[in-house]
Design a protein around this ligand. Structure first.
Ligand code: UD1
Ligand code: CA
Length: 537
């Protein structure tokens, strides 16, 4: 497979930005009751990617030491998704899955990760980055800025905040009253974080919220977590209580407000999920527009987070590019097609209304309109597929064509082959799948069925209407169809009878002397023609 040339886009797993001494904890154990779902919240998908992967991907880009992902609800599935996306990883950024058997709060969740960082023989992190698993809009540059501030301020706890029009549901950032103890700088010092459910009416009126992203001093974190108590409305161990504790012990706590508050969106409800989707889609489109992709109607282009698109490709309205789809340069993607996990070369044209899954289209292929490619299709250079053709696990050779109303499954088709309209590979016998092999330059006439397994030699011709049940030698003609008989004057007689009010049955009754039908035998073309002629009278 050739690698599609891709316009420059930030790499997901670049390792050069690792921050020395930084361990990362991702909290992803909660069910997320407010989602009203059977599925664990972090498994819900935003722009084609389960939410947890945004946090883990961010962790991977900044972690200098280990990453602990705390899982609980459907932990096995969360682990599977992380393994699938990031594999084993290198030593420094190794991802450790930690199970929090009972969800007793965010503080309790982080406590569970302690053995990952403090196991014998390993140098514990000098500081930790802690991420909520439900904040998919958070950007790497923002986290790097948070880390920078943490270091430059010599802080014990540094946290991200956002000022929102509607802060309801979030923890509020309570600051010292202005004036008292003010050092003259912009914002008064942070005192504590109060959860929505525990807040007084005055505290609820505070518009500054806790985003759920923290940098914490390595020596402080777990000793503080040892001391927190579940004395609150939910009876949980709140991570946020370490802020109060640090302030009480005279440590420096710094809050960094987001420049773009939407980055702090925490997904607790389906509405917030939809909002995250909207913001992320918009961001993805902007990225590809800036990288040289034309979108005729950007608002209607649906591009998943892991998709790549080459320069000068044109995307028409209502195109969906899903999963790990990679599109090359100078392609044209016409309206209302959906590509999932496909590899598309350069100068490929996909006409309207195609559904393509896990397939490869090489350079200059032409696909559509109305094509369904199921997994495992390879459309080689300059090959054409269109007009109601379904394919599965099929290799269509260079320059070959399957242009009308066909089903091609489990087939290997060579170069320069013409697949006539209505061709069907009968690949399934009710129990097993069988292969059809069609070698180079075969001409397949319309309405042909290949009863697999069957092999057609190079340069052979299959007559229209043939059911192929045996291998065909190279350069041979295969024909197998019932023989035609013409009844002179039959139609005219029928029309006359109808006009006189007669019954149609009188003329349509089968004739006793009808010729025997020759079905399923291969008859050379000339012989077939002679038989037909002889029966004429
Ligand atoms: C949390 C913060 C709140 C902040 C908000 C930002 C606490 C106590 N509150 O509230 O101040 O404004 O995030 O979005 O931290 N989780 C676990 N184990 C648990 C509980 C939660 O792993 O026992 C995980 C969840 O899966 C989720 C994250 O921690 O990814 C946050 O939990 P969630 O219940 O959504 O906290 P919020 O109520 O939103
Ligand atoms: Ca949340």
């Amino acid at each position: 497979m050739r690698s599609a040339k891709v316009a420059s886009a930030p790499s997901v797993s670049a390792r050069n930005g690792a921050v020395a001494g930084l361990g990362v904890v991702v909290m992803a154990a909660g069910l997320g009751k407010r989602m009203q779902s059977k599925k664990s919240k972090v498994l819900h998908v935003v722009a084609g990617r389960p939410m947890v992967l945004y946090a883990v991907s961010l962790a991977q880009r900044v972690a200098g030491l280990s990453i602990a992902v705390v899982v609980g609800h459907q932990g096995d599935q969360v682990k599977e998704i992380i393994d699938g996306a990031f594999g084993a990883g290198d030593e420094r950024s190794a991802i450790h899955i930690v199970t929090q058997a009972q969800q007793r709060g965010t503080g309790h969740a982080v406590s569970q990760s302690r053995p990952v960082f403090e196991s014998a023989g390993r140098r514990p992190p000098s500081h930790y980055l802690i991420l909520n698993g439900d904040t998919p809009l958070l950007q790497e540059e923002t986290v790097r800025e948070l880390l920078r501030v943490h270091r430059s301020e010599g802080a014990t706890v540094t946290m991200l905040t956002a000022v929102l029009d509607d802060p309801s549901g979030y923890g509020r950032v309570v600051r010292r009253r202005p004036g008292k103890g003010s050092d003259g700088s912009a914002s008064p010092a942070v005192l504590k974080i109060v959860e929505d459910r525990d807040a007084s009416p005055d505290e609820r009126a505070i518009a500054e919220i806790n985003v759920g992203t923290y940098v914490v001093d390595g020596a402080f974190l777990f000793s503080a977590l040892d001391k927190i108590q579940p004395h609150n409305a939910q009876g949980e161990y709140y991570l946020t209580d370490i802020v109060d504790m640090a302030v009480g012990q005279g440590h420096r706590v710094v809050a960094v407000p987001l420049k773009r508050p939407d980055e702090g969106l925490g997904v607790n409800t389906r509405q917030q999920l939809a909002e995250a989707e909207r913001v992320l889609r918009e961001r993805i489109r902007t990225r590809w527009l800036n990288a040289g992709v034309t979108m005729v109607d950007p608002d209607s282009a649906w591009i998943d987070a892991d998709v790549t698109i080459g320069k000068d490709t044109v995307v028409y309205p209502n195109v969906m590019l899903e999963g790990r789809t990679a599109i090359g340069e100078d392609c044209v993607l016409r309206s209302s097609s959906r590509l999932t996990d496909c590899q598309v070369g350069d100068r490929v044209e996909i006409l309207d209304h195609c559904v393509l899954h896990e397939s490869i289209l090489e350079d200059e292929a032409l696909v559509g309109p109305f094509v369904h490619l199921r997994p495992g299709v390879l459309v080689r250079r300059k090959a054409k597929v269109g007009n109601f053709v379904e394919m599965k696990k099929t290799d269509l050779g260079e320059g070959s064509k399957a242009n009308h109303l066909s089903y091609l499954g489990d087939a290997k088709i060579g170069k320069g082959v013409n697949i006539g309209a209505g061709t069907i590979t009968c690949n399934y016998d009710g129990a097993r799948k069988h292969k059809t092999v069609i070698r180079d330059n075969v001409f397949v006439g319309s309405d042909t069925q290949f009863v697999a397994p069957v092999t057609i030699g190079a340069g052979a011709v299959i007559a229209a209407g043939t059911t192929v049940t045996q291998d065909v030698p190279a350069d041979a003609l295969a024909i197998a169809r019932s023989v035609q008989s013409n009844r002179e004057g039959w139609a005219a007689k029928q029309r006359a009878l109808q006009a006189e009010g007669g019954s149609m049955r009188e003329v349509s009754r089968p004739r006793k002397e009808a010729a025997p039908r020759r079905v399923g035998r291969v008859i050379p073309a000339r012989m077939a023609v002679n038989l037909t002629k002889k029966r004429k009278r």
